[in-house]
Design a protein around this ligand. Structure first.
Ligand code: F6R
Length: 366
């Protein structure tokens, strides 16, 4: 059932191109270039009434929500607030009938996320769910569902569920913006094309998994890592660090690169490698100056970089390139090398990759 792979997590990482194709095929009508999301139960009338969107989840699904905020605010220009379910449920959030609450969950059974959805329903918000498991509690409780089609995820660490959640947010943003007219058909087609080429780009990254195995071999004894991202890759830094923590038990922190000088830079020395996510575009030069700051303090830099390697990021051996996937889909291509790095570090350290200590796949109690 592991289809020749050593672990479910590894298999699930390699299944991502397929999972993404399945997720987009479920809602995209390629001939007419339209999105059909009847189960989501979100029509133009409702979209017109919504003043604010709340995205709520736990763990990795929460990181997908953080990515979703960048997309929905950037593409649809609608205000979005993101919350951890365990905070949202107890903070008496201010929401009513002009609010849309979207809870996000792989399992559809997470206790805090269920409680958050219940809170939203009681307050009269419109409540929807992005869920992987059909017929799960959240799918049944919500007033509409957008399914990710990751297929069963067995490894405790979420991989393909995460990237399909990000794709689901992209689909939601396109649907919303096309429905309310923010995006015209030409703009919509352009975004759709970027999505259709994404699976091939992931294959290209997966074909070079060995490079990340080499990185893991080199850094497997290190006990602390810092992951830095900016903009829409900031949540990917958080997610990359979470992956490393949970399966290899190596301490890793994800940070917004611009926050470095507000504290974490004090940690930098040769024993704390810094992994930077470098997306070309507006924030690239700023990331290069963060790299300079790290190197000036003797820190070792590993870079995942979009497009071509760049000597300003350090030695080429410590640069892993990912294909350009567009502003909003970059989080997906940047996630994969971080999943692979965490996987190989854990495997080399000999931890139980699919069943890490103290963790459960579905957290049905608080
Ligand atoms: C991390 C991980 C957890 C889950 C979290 C929410 O790899 O798997 O952080 O993301 O427990 O689970 P779901 O998405 O099932 O609600």
């Amino acid at each position: 059932e592991k289809a020749g792979y050593k672990h479910f997590m590894q298999k699930e990482i390699f299944e991502q191109p397929r999972a993404i194709v399945d997720t987009l095929r479920s809602v995209v009508d390629l001939n007419r270039e339209v999105l059909q999301v009847p189960e989501l139960n979100l029509d133009a009338g409702l979209i017109g009434k919504i003043k604010k969107i709340y995205l709520v989840a736990c763990g990795t699904s929460y990181h997908a929500c953080l990515v979703g905020k960048y997309m929905l605010e950037g593409v649809c220009r609608v205000p979005v607030e993101v919350d951890l379910a365990s905070e949202f449920r107890y903070r008496d959030p201010l929401l009513g009938e002009d609010a849309l609450l979207i809870v996000v969950s792989q399992s559809g059974e997470t206790a805090d996320t269920r409680a958050a959805l219940k809170e939203g329903m009681e307050k009269g918000a419109h409540c929807r769910a992005i869920v992987n498991v059909v017929g799960s509690s959240l799918a049944r409780m919500a007033q509409g569902v957008l399914y990710t089609h990751a297929g069963p995820e067995i490894g405790v660490a979420s991989t393909k569920a995460f990237t399909t959640q990000v794709v689901a947010f992209y689909l939601l943003a396109l649907y919303w913006a096309r429905t309310d007219g923010t995006l015209n058909q030409a703009g919509f087609s352009k975004y759709l094309k970027e999505l259709l080429t994404l699976p091939r780009k992931l294959e290209e990254v997966l074909d070079r998994a060995d490079v990340l195995r080499d990185w893991a071999r080199h850094f497997r004894k290190v006990d602390h890592f810092l992951y830095l991202g900016r903009g829409i890759l900031y949540p990917i830094a958080l997610e990359g660090a979470l992956k490393l923590k949970e399966i290899s038990y190596v301490h890793a922190e994800g940070y917004a690169a611009g926050e470095m000088k507000h504290g974490p830079i004090a940690l930098i020395d040769e024993n704390m490698p810094v992994l930077v996510l470098a997306q070309k575009g507006d924030l690239y030069e700023k990331m290069l100056s963060n790299v300079q700051e790290v190197r000036a303090r003797g820190g070792r830099v590993l870079a995942v970089v979009e497009g071509e390697p760049d000597p300003r990021l350090g030695e080429e051996a410590w640069q892993f390139t990912v294909p350009e996937a567009g502003k909003w889909l970059a989080p997906v291509v940047f996630s994969v090398p971080l999943q692979l790095l965490a996987y190989y570090v854990a495997d080399l350290r000999g931890t139980d990759v699919d069943q890490p200590r103290n963790l459960a796949k579905s957290v049905t109690v608080e």
